[in-house]
Design a protein around this ligand. Structure first.
Ligand code: ATP
Length: 234
C-alpha cells in the first residue's frame, strides 16, 4: 500500500533522509525506530506532504505522492498523528474529532465519533471537555481518534508513548491490532523499541537518515545490534 523507495528529504541545505526504503502493507502494523535526530519524524512528514520529496519515490496504492498537497494526501487515506499530539487545546474532544473527520465530503461525523469512542471509551466520558485539561494519555487517545475519524487506510503515529506512563502506553498500544484489522494499517514511530517491536509485525531501524536494519520484529528483537543499541542487553 505505502511504498517508499530511495527517499531523500531534508530542510533547506540540510539533507536528513538518504536513500530510505520502507513499505507498509494492508492491515499491517510497522514500526520505525532509531535514535533522536535519525529522521523518523522527517520520514512521516515526507509521506504526508509536509516535507517535499527530494529524490526517490513515495507511492500510496500505486499513486505517486510527490508534489501532492497535504489535503490531497489526506483524501487518499493517510492520517498523521504528529509528535506532541497538536490538539486544539481550547476545543472539546467532540470538536477536535469533528475537525479530524472533515475531509470535504458529507460524512456522518456522529457515526464516526461513535466508532472512535467505542475504541477509546475514556473519550466518551470526556466528550464535552476541552482537551487542554485532559491527561497526556487521554490527549494521545484523542489525537489518534481524530486521525481515525476519516477512516484512513494508513495512520502514522509519531512518538505514541512520549511523556506517558507505561500503563497508559500499553492501554493505547493494545488498541492498535484492532485498528489494523479493521482496515487502517499503522506506521508507528516509537522511542520504546521493545514495545514497538512487540506490537508491530515488521520494523525499520533508521540511523542518521539511513535504514540500517529492517525485517520481522521477532528477528529484530533477537538481533544482537538491536539488543545492544536499543534494548540495553549485553
Ligand atoms: P526525534 O526523536 O528527536 O524527533 P527523529 O528521528 O524524529 O528524532 P527528525 O525530527 O526527523 O528526527 O530530525 C532529523 C534531523 O532533522 C535532526 O537533525 C533535526 O535537527 C533536523 N530537523 C528537524 N526538523 C527540522 C526543521 N524544521 N528545520 C531544520 N532541521 C530540522
Amino acid at each position: 500500500m505505502l511504498e517508499v523507495t530511495g527517499l531523500g528529504a531534508g530542510y533547506g541545505r540540510v539533507q536528513v533522509l538518504w536513500e530510505a526504503d520502507l513499505s507498509v502493507g494492508d492491515n499491517e502494523i510497522v514500526a520505525l525506530v532509531g535514535p533522536n535526530g535519525a529522521g523518523k519524524t522527517t520520514m512521516l512528514r515526507a509521506v504526508s506532504g509536509i516535507v517535499p520529496v527530494r529524490s526517490g519515490a513515495v507511492t500510496f496504492d500505486g499513486a505517486a505522492l510527490a508534489g501532492k498537497s497535504i489535503e490531497q494526501i489526506v483524501a487518499l487515506g493517510i492520517a498523521h498523528v504528529p509528535e506532541g499530539r497538536r490538539l486544539f487545546s481550547g476545543l472539546t474532544v467532540r470538536d477536535n474529532l469533528r475537525l479530524g473527520g472533515w475531509v470535504g465530503d458529507n460524512r456522518d461525523s456522529n457515526r464516526d465519533i461513535d466508532r472512535v469512542v467505542e475504541l477509546f471509551p475514556a473519550l466518551g466520558e470526556r466528550i464535552k471537555q476541552v482537551t487542554g485539561n485532559m491527561s497526556g494519555g487521554e490527549q494521545q487517545m484523542c489525537a489518534i481518534a481524530r486521525g481515525l475519524m476519516s477512516q484512513p487506510k494508513l495512520i502514522m503515529i509519531d512518538e505514541l508513548s512520549l511523556g506517558l506512563a507505561p500503563v497508559i502506553v500499553d492501554e493505547i498500544l493494545d488498541r492498535l491490532p484492532g485498528i489494523a484489522e479493521s482496515g487502517t494499517a499503522v506506521l508507528l514511530v516509537e522511542q520504546d523499541v521493545d514495545a514497538a517491536l512487540t506490537i508491530a509485525s515488521r520494523a525499520y531501524v533508521l540511523e542518521t537518515g539511513r535504514v540500517v536494519l529492517s525485517g520481522e520484529s521477532e528477528a529484530l528483537l533477537n538481533d544482537e545490534r538491536v539488543q545492544q543499541s536499543y534494548l540495553g542487553v549485553g
